[in-house]
Design a protein around this ligand. Structure first.
Ligand SMILES: [Zn+2]
Length: 666
């Protein structure tokens, strides 16, 4: 019932399918009070809502009406409706007058689209014993609910809520157990107190440890999260749905939600946005109004900013600028900045979900950007790269660096990597035995062959460097220098990084980077497809065609047969038939997706591959990667563009996984 359309970090634009229509995600479900609702949330932009089945159940009139005419008519909403089970009431009032099975039966009977079992929301920071006890009951009830729904062939979809308080391992355990049950959606519960206390850092742990163990093919709902200030951060961690009573609760307290925080009407001299309400009224108008009328208007504003933020987030995912938005939003509150900094600890996990190439450029917005997935990935690839004997480090200048490279250098200093070496052993640099790289913030070193590849060329950072970034780059360089016999550093770089040197290099004018298109192609291929890909792809009589306008490589041939094309926007290589065949000679599952032999002929005909037929897949595959499609014997059938990463490919049972470019007919 869930499909992914676009991705950035763990964030995804998706479609949630229900019997009352499709919902675009990430999205917000306004909480509807079955009796007190005065706002028409559909007019404010709601596509899906949530209401409380328990409140309806225990109210005799409401319950009778809901059973008679159905939930949709009862709350006057014709789109998808999710219902909560009374767990919240359980947490506040101790006990509820309904059992797990009854609450499930009732939700189906009133026509809910997505129902919830009666879990136990364990608050943050409780004793471990209590958290474990509650968790066992939650998991037991989820099991009971799901088998009940399946046995009775219910139309309703079912939620299983991840609990576990603030114990990361319990969140993981719960998510793992619930995943086995194959629920339709996975809410992450009992995080409201964390948000109320501004403990966003612990929220990051609760969410990240939950999503890590949840299936990628199901939508996740962060329960009770309704403040637009945190939407971007939570979407980047993989949350697809939010629900909000905040819009009305805040309005009742004369408080306006904004992406920068909350503003009280009493302190307001200006209206905070450009929604209908803010354009039509002044703060004085509102203050003079009867309370009931005012609450309605503030609630409308609150919903407006929430939906506007979600549109912005979906746009950011589509263009690949979600992290820039998260970094901006997390500067609204010091505790959010803590959360962002803490999210950096999860960079390796996030990297697995982050597409290698995006439409928008990478912006460095502060030291937090050093922990971004793109940086983590690049540094790992530098470590894995084949290295020559010497390294020459150049200062950053105009991009792309190799195009504006100066022909000779006046001065180089020999970096004092190994102090015992001293001056008696003269350093001699042979250009052929040398790697050339430009110092960069935040990517540390950009090898000149890779200077046009995304995001190394498509990135920007302030020219005034911060101390943390300089230290980060210096630490990396000091470690990286260990891979080389000699390291020559341009004085500008040495100055900036405050490194020690042994002596001046005697013949700086002899240091030259020789541009070599084949070397460049091989380096890009290795960077994109892994070690050895360059040698596999570019053999024979290589002919290169360049763009007349930009001088960039466009097409590469062996004699007259096209091997690859280079995409102008990110300099990644797009395979042709010959390229695919050559890349397929690399060992093991590298760059490969194995599909069921029953659909072999579809792939050979060039038809797209559906996720449910995927048996195995290289764990290095990210969405948008060029991939090879093979059968169970490992024979190459076709090649195309991945729409999902390797984990998602193996997890999804519906939807497309690879957009096939071409097949090899038998
Ligand atoms: Zn407004």
């Amino acid at each position: 019932m869930f499909e992914i359309k676009a991705k950035d970090m763990r964030g995804r634009v998706g479609v949630l399918k229900t019997k009352h229509g499709d919902v675009k995600t990430p999205n917000l479900m306004p909480v509807i009070h079955p009796r007190k609702q005065t706002i028409n949330v559909k007019d404010c932009g709601a596509d899906i809502v949530i209401t409380n089945a328990y409140l309806i159940y225990k109210d005799e009139d409401l319950s009778k009406k809901a059973l008679d005419v159905g939930l949709h008519e009862l709350i006057n909403f014709d789109g998808p409706i999710m219902t909560d089970s009374g767990s919240f009431q359980l947490s506040v009032y101790g006990d509820v007058e309904i059992g797990n099975k009854e609450v499930i039966e009732f939700q189906e009977a009133i026509g809910t689209d997505i129902g919830t079992s009666l879990d136990i929301p364990t608050g943050p920071y409780v004793d471990r014993e209590k958290a474990e006890e509650d968790l066992e009951i939650t998991i037991e009830r989820a099991k009971e609910a799901i088998s009940f729904v399946k046995d009775n062939d219910y139309e309703m979809k079912i939620n299983s809520v991840v609990q576990g308080s603030t114990y990361p391992d319990l969140r993981e355990y719960c998510a793992t157990e619930l995943t086995k049950l194959d629920a339709d959606l996975y809410p992450i519960g009992a995080v409201v107190p964390l948000m109320e206390m501004y403990h966003y850092r612990d929220l990051v742990d609760a969410v990240m440890h939950s999503v890590k163990c949840l299936p990628d093919s199901k939508a996740r709902h962060l329960m009770g999260a309704g403040h637009p200030m945190i939407f971007a951060l939570c979407v980047a961690m993989g949350c697809d749905l939010f629900d909000s009573a905040a819009y009305i609760l805040y309005a009742e307290g004369d408080r306006f939600l904004t992406t920068r925080g909350t503003i009280k009407l009493e302190n307001m001299t200006e209206m905070p946005c450009s929604c209908e309400v803010c354009c039509k009224y002044t703060p004085d108008d509102l203050r003079a109004m009867p309370k009931e009328e005012r609450v309605k208007l503030i609630a409308q504003h609150n919903l407006h900013v929430s939906f506007a933020e979600l549109r912005l987030i979906r746009q950011a995912i589509a263009e690949g600028s979600l992290m820039e938005l998260v970094e901006e939003r997390c500067r609204a509150h010091p505790m959010l900045l803590d959360a962002l900094r803490h999210l950096g600890e999860y960079s390796e996990d996030l990297e697995k979900y982050d597409p290698r190439s995006k439409k928008s450029a990478f912006f460095y917005t502060g030291p937090e950007s050093l922990k971004r997935a793109e940086v983590t990935r690049h540094l790992k690839q530098l470590e894995n790269m084949d290295k020559k004997k010497n390294l020459v480090v150049l200062p950053a200048y105009r991009k792309p660096y190799s195009k504006y490279l100066s022909n000779s250098f006046k001065e180089f200093l020999v970096y004092a990597k190994d102090e015992s070496k001293g001056e008696d052993e003269p350093c001699i640099i042979d250009n052929k035995e040398t790697d050339f790289a430009v110092l960069d913030i935040p990517f540390c070193l950009i090898p000149l062959e890779l200077d046009e590849v995304y995001p190394l060329s498509q990135s920007d950072a302030p020219k005034i460097h911060d101390k943390i970034a300089v230290e980060f780059v210096r630490d990396f360089l000091v470690d990286f220098a260990e891979n080389y016999d000699n390291v020559l550093i341009h004085p500008k770089v040495l100055d900036e990084l405050e490194l020690d040197f042994i002596e001046e290099y005697e013949h700086p004018e002899e240091i030259k980077f020789e541009k070599d298109d084949i070397k460049k192609l091989k380096a890009i291929a290795d960077y994109q497809f892994g070690h050895g890909a360059g040698d596999a792809l570019f053999t024979g009589k290589i002919k290169i065609e360049k763009s007349k306008k930009t001088g960039k490589i466009r097409h590469v041939f062996d004699k007259n047969q096209n091997i690859v094309n280079m995409r102008a926007s990110d300099s990644f290589l797009i395979l042709s038939k010959l390229g695919a065949k050559r890349l397929a000679t690399l060992d093991g599952m590298r760059n490969k997706v194995m599909i069921d032999n029953s659909v072999e002929s579809f792939a050979r005909d060039g038809k797209s591959v559906f996720a449910k037929f995927i048996i195995d897949c290289d764990e290095n595959i990210r969405s948008n990667d060029e991939v090879l499609i093979v059968n169970e014997e490992g024979e190459l059938l076709a090649f195309g563009k991945a729409l999902l990463n390797h984990k998602e490919m193996l997890d999804f049972k519906t939807g497309q996984a690879i957009k096939t470019r071409k097949g090899f007919k038998k």
